[in-house]
Design a protein around this ligand. Structure first.
Ligand code: LLP
Length: 385
């Protein structure tokens, strides 16, 4: 699919860099908003997937909210234009400084993860004469059937309050004056492609709501089902926009919301993955005895997902029309895990060719590092080239 990239314009730009297709981002946002609106669901973009300023501004302009996991993300969202009441703030280890920043910006809600954290938020809110809205993150013990390093909803994970402990934590919150319980929060994992995992989550939330109502009489205003919807890394061209229709349908068909309750979700990857590509130039082609290596000028410092999670990203030589040949595509970093793909079929590749590593918009640029004292990759946008 060379056709979709302005290869001629890439020739004058120093590689590696991220290239964002802003039309695709907009199309994705339009789809998510129209599907969520069918049911009155509220969407908060998970900023951790990509906090590039232009991307954040575009998402902010679309009207959806933001899900942050650090004080710096909250600050970046405020700079990008998000109103405080559209921001939620999650994370197991919020520091006092971060909590104070969020309180100062009157965010919509803290997604809290422990009794001690609730106590601290109550004290800090009291000092500012404020009442902080909180949602308790519950660990639903649902298996997301995804990579172990991105599964979060099992009892053995560090996240959230265990199901059995929830009624007691709720009763404790009711004794506090400077926090208001406005929701329950769930997140079972990421890159989830089987809708049955979300269906299971719905069942778990239904049971939990019944139990909580019986034991405490509490019905919260908001149910936040987290993020996790996966994207098609194998065929980014066929499924450039994630299947938001099926995703929201699962909740509408399986989740029993109580009177006056609103559903919130926090997609990250499905919003930005497909619009981003890592563009890299081939420095050398090295012929071994059994393998041919394409050595790119991008490495695991620019896109760590393959090295860190064994993730698959489609790789294309967008500057060659030659017959396909088999290569291992590697980076220049002094680590044997610095491999983007093994045994990949690429158009015949030579020094100077340009490769696109696809579906890199989520957890790509934001997870880049300076290891080996490398320069951080820059970003370019389709509507600015
Ligand atoms: N909400 C919470 C509480 C989360 O922990 C996450 C992601 C999300 C929402 C957004 O999930 P998404 O829609 O993007 O799946 N670096 C890994 C992914 C880590 C995801 C962490 N939590 C990767 O590159 O695959």
């Amino acid at each position: 699919m060379k056709g979709t990239f302005p290869v001629g314009k890439f020739n004058n730009i120093e590689t590696p860099f991220y290239y964002y297709d802003m039309e695709l981002l907009q199309k994705t946002l339009d789809s998510i908003i129209s599907e969520a609106n069918k049911y009155g669901y509220k969407v908060h973009y998970a900023v951790k997937a990509n906090a590039n300023k232009r991307i954040l501004q575009t998402i902010c302009t679309s009207g959806i909210g933001a899900d942050c996991v650090s004080g710096n993300e909250v600050a970046a969202c405020v700079v990008a234009g998000f109103a405080g009441d559209k921001i939620v703030f999650a994370g197991v280890g919020k520091t006092d400084k971060e909590i104070n920043l969020a309180l100062d910006n009157n965010i919509f809600c803290f997604n809290v993860e422990s009794r001690q954290e609730i106590e601290v938020i109550d004290q800090l809110a009291k000092a500012k004469n404020k009442v902080a809205r909180i949602a308790i993150r519950v660990n639903p013990n649902v298996d997301a059937h995804t990579h172990a390093k991105i599964t979060t909803g099992l009892s053995e994970n560090k996240f959230g309050v265990n199901l059995e402990m929830l009624p007691d934590v709720v009763k404790y919150v009711l004794t506090l004056k400077n926090v208001e319980l406005v929701g329950l929060h769930f997140h079972i994992g990421s890159q989830i492609t089987e809708m049955s995992a979300f269906k299971e989550l719905c069942g778990c939330i239904n049971d939990l709501q019944d139990k909580l109502q019986k034991e405490t009489g509490v019905v919260v205003k908001n149910i936040n089902v987290g993020g996790g919807l996966g994207v098609n890394y194998e065929n980014p061209n066929q499924s450039s926009v994630a299947d938001f229709e099926s995703y929201f349908q699962v909740f509408s068909q399986n989740l029993k919301l109580c009177e006056g309750q609103t559903l919130h979700c926090e997609p990250g990857r499905s919003v930005v993955a497909q619009c981003g590509n890592l563009i890299t130039r081939v420095t050398y082609v090295k012929e071994g005895t059994v393998k041919k290596f394409v050595i790119a000028d991008a490495g695991m410092t620019d896109l760590v997902r393959p090295a860190m999670y064994d993730s698959y990203h489609k790789i294309e030589n967008i500057s060659s029309d030659g017959q396909e040949e088999c290569y291992d595509v590697v980076g220049p970093i002094c680590e044997s895990s610095d491999v983007f793909g093994k045994d990949r079929m690429l158009n015949k590749t030579k020094r100077g060719d340009i490769l696109a590593i696809r579906s890199a918009g989520a957890y790509g640029e934001i997870m880049s590092s300076q290891y080996n004292l490398r320069t951080l990759p820059k970003a370019y946008f389709s509507d600015e080239l």
